[in-house]
Unconditional design. Structure first.
Length: 149
């Protein structure tokens, strides 16, 4: 881990959207590209349910990838060496085989009418949206980059 100053304490969403099977450590090509989306919510339960169902389904459909998703766990931080960011968050993760594959998915997202509607709903609800890209390392056990069945 190179950077540990932006930590979230997370738990599964309802319904749960767990990650796929992890690759074995060392079984990384170096081309994998993970897209991580962090949504900061104002604390609206109906919006949170919509994100766990409709938004998640749209992201999986358009991306053609399984999308793991977690939400904020509001328990006390028992490992104070890592200060946990406060707030109400959802985190979505998809793993692609290459950065080019992510670029194709990004293009499909920006052209899909349902996805654009979802993004508009988030904006109008005041949800902060942050995309981050991660490169798995040889020691990571990230989900394998596979398409939906």
């Amino acid at each position: 881990m190179l950077d540990s100053d932006d930590v979230l304490l997370l738990r599964p969403t309802a319904p749960p959207h767990p990650p796929g099977h992890a690759v074995a450590p060392g079984d990384v090509t170096g081309e994998e590209w993970a897209a991580l989306q962090v949504l900061e919510l104002p604390g609206d339960e109906a919006l949170e349910a919509w994100i766990g169902h409709t938004y998640h389904a749209a992201l999986e459909r358009v991306s053609g990838r399984p999308v793991a998703m977690w939400r904020t766990e509001h328990s006390p931080n028992t490992f104070t060496a890592l200060p946990v960011r406060t707030g109400n968050f959802f985190v979505a993760l998809m793993v692609c085989s290459t950065a080019d594959e992510w670029a194709q998915i990004s293009g499909r997202l920006s052209a899909d009418e349902e996805w654009l509607h979802c993004a508009g709903k988030l904006r109008s609800a005041g949800v902060g949206v942050e995309w981050t890209h991660l490169r798995p390392t040889r020691t990571s056990r990230h989900p394998a980059p596979v398409g939906l069945r």
